[in-house]
Ligand binder design. Structure first.
Ligand SMILES: [Zn+2]
Length: 299
């Protein structure tokens, strides 16, 4: 863990943390969101968004939680590049990643084939959250659905001009609509929320599928992972802590169920030895247990 922190520190020194976006690899730009919980002053700017630049066009990956942050990204792109944003890729259905879509509504919007359904089923609650936390900003951040779809086990390739990116839709893992983007040129993977760095991982899909998907990603030849939240890092420092947390959580919950312990007991004790390794642990770990425990009771 100490090593992990040292690595993050070095990475932060190497890049300009004050800039709105940082070039993390040649032609790969990322804006790092803040580590705020949704109940903790949510402002629509908590996840990583960014873009990849080809000779002919630009692909934006995730649009943030409101038109404001998306506008800032578009402004940066327009001021610095002549290529148009032809593609927007949504990594999954969570509100902090998609409510800036409206700013890129002229682009082809790609998502997991399960994304429209996932967004529609969450739309009412997301609308209420946005109104509550973003106020007037939410009025200018309507939900815009994707119009291009990627099926599981059928990767899509987009050519940005002398630069190919691979879009891959995954089984139910972090959510039911996880999509990753791999830049062949730099071997940089945009993982969406399949990877969290620093901040406690969120399970809003299936813990078994989540672990399987991470094991698959772990086998791939990747130079750098851009997580959905937190600083980018090498595969080892990105994926291994995720597997460790999820595996501990699953093992503990299984053990508690076998021992006849209650959900309340699991809420207090599951994965407790991971507590010091992650930010926002108490609140998010409990949410994860709340989702997983009742499902695993039936397994
Ligand atoms: Zn998410």
């Amino acid at each position: 863990m100490l090593k992990h922190h040292i690595f993050i520190f070095l990475l932060l020194v190497a890049i300009n943390v004050n800039a709105f976006v940082q070039e993390i690899g040649p032609g790969v730009f990322v804006h790092i969101g803040k580590h705020l919980d949704i109940d903790d002053g949510y402002d629509g700017d908590i996840c990583n968004i960014g873009f990849i630049v080809g000779n002919d066009s630009i692909a934006v990956i995730d649009s943030g939680g409101s038109y404001l942050v998306a506008n800032e990204l578009l402004k940066y792109i327009s001021e610095n590049f002549k290529q148009p944003v032809k593609y927007l890729i949504n990594t999954h259905a969570h509100l902090d990643h998609v409510y800036g879509n409206v700013v890129f509504s002229d682009a082809d919007i790609y998502g997991h084939k399960g994304l429209p359904k996932a967004l529609k089923s969450r739309a009412d609650i997301y609308q209420r959250i946005n109104e509550r936390y973003l106020g007037k900003i939410s009025e200018r951040s309507p939900l815009i659905l994707p119009n291009k779809f990627v099926e599981i086990n059928k990767p899509e390739f987009i050519d940005l001009g002398n630069r190919k990116i691979r879009l891959q839709a995954h089984q139910v893992a972090h959510t039911e609509s996880d999509l990753t983007v791999f830049d062949e040129k730099t071997k940089i993977l945009w993982s969406g929320d399949l990877v969290f760095s620093e901040r406690t991982p969120v399970v809003d899909g299936d813990i078994h599928g989540f672990l399987e998907t991470l094991e698959e990603i772990n086998k791939q030849d990747i130079n750098l992972v851009i997580p959905g939240h937190g600083v980018p890092s090498s595969k080892k420092y990105a994926i291994q802590p995720m597997i460790e947390y999820l595996d501990t959580l699953r093992t503990d919950i299984r053990q508690f169920i076998d021992n006849g312990e209650s959900l309340e007991f699991a809420l207090e004790n599951a994965a407790s030895d991971q507590k010091d390794k992650w930010l926002l642990f108490d609140i998010q770990n409990k949410r994860n247990v709340n989702l997983i425990f009742p499902i695993m009771e039936w397994e």
